[in-house]
Design a protein around this ligand. Structure first.
Ligand SMILES: [Zn+2]
Length: 303
């Protein structure tokens, strides 16, 4: 199965094909709690009689900047398990992105260090990004755009993908979660071959939007065929991810080529946003090269 990317009609693609089932956590509240009210863990199926639910469990990892969105639907055992495994790969993958986007996780904004030459660093201090070596950047001064050529920390790509799927599952209304038929894959090293279509993600940095934290879940309309059943868009500050969520049964009907469009709602000038499409199917611990394009207001001491 392959993907054909629709680059033209993002709004029509999502309008025609999907229902938006969740958006806008109320940021005015100090906490937003997701709760199925049946005291059952979504990931192991165990109840309050069998396992504890005493941790404050972030539905979206704290390392992405989430302090408020909490779930009561993940038990302490599953929470620890994910924290020690796939979530740490998500942390390694997003570390340079969080530097650029100045996202404060549990502790502070990570400092970027080049793998080959650790003296090449990038660091966000007092609203300014300090970059040690100009070779890390390609700068287009006329259009005020730059491209960072970075490498992630060593991480397992499939675990990064699983972490993103887990976020969708945590935040999904129960009626859709109940259709998800792939929990075993999420939690084990078992090789359940996923189609590579699923593990292609879009991500980018969107400059100049208000600081926001949002998740959008798109569920395929009943009458529509041949597009994935579920897609998630996660926006954390200026960081954007678009991920297909693998509902194996619902996606059985898909033919050899499916169409995906990048979600670009609300973004004023599409040309300003350069999107990376990256495949996260590999199980090998590896550095991933990223080319992150963004614009800038002012650049100083550029030699
Ligand atoms: Zn559990």
């Amino acid at each position: 199965m392959n993907i054909r990317y629709n680059k033209e009609n993002s709004i029509a693609y999502f309008d025609n094909n999907y229902n938006l089932v969740m958006t806008n956590f109320d940021c005015q509240e100090s906490q937003f709690i997701l709760d199925d009210k049946n005291n059952t863990c979504r990931f192991c199926g165990k109840t309050k009689n069998e396992v504890t639910f005493s941790n404050k469990c972030h539905a979206i990892p704290e390392l992405l900047g989430n302090k408020k969105i909490i779930t009561n639907n993940e038990c302490d055992i599953c929470n620890h398990y994910y924290g020690d495994t796939i979530e740490s790969d998500l942390g390694k993958f997003t570390s340079p992105l969080r530097t650029l986007d100045h996202i404060k996780g549990k502790n502070k904004i990570p400092k970027y260090r080049d793998v080959k030459n650790p003296r090449n660093t990038a660091e966000f201090l007092n609203g300014t990004l300090y970059v040690q070596n100009r070779n890390m950047l390609t700068v287009d001064q006329e259009n005020k755009r730059l491209c960072f050529n970075l490498k992630t920390e060593k991480c397992i790509p499939i675990n990064v993908y699983k972490s993103l799927v887990r976020i969708a599952l945590n935040c999904m209304p129960k009626e859709y979660f109940d259709k998800f038929d792939n929990i075993k894959w999420l939690k084990s090293d078992e090789t359940i071959e996923l189609n590579k279509m699923y593990t292609n993600i879009f991500f980018k940095i969107i400059p100049n939007i208000p600081q926001m934290f949002n998740i959008f879940l798109f569920i395929r309309k009943n009458e529509v065929q041949n597009i994935p059943y579920c897609q998630m868009v996660l926006i954390s500050n200026n960081l954007f991810f678009q991920v297909i969520i693998p509902f194996l049964n619902e996606d059985k009907i898909l033919s050899d080529v499916v169409e995906i469009a990048e979600c670009n709602f609300g973004l004023k000038d599409e040309k300003e946003h350069y999107t990376n499409i990256i495949n996260l199917s590999s199980k090998k611990n590896t550095y991933i090269s990223l080319a992150i394009n963004t614009n800038y207001k002012k650049i100083e001491n550029f030699k």
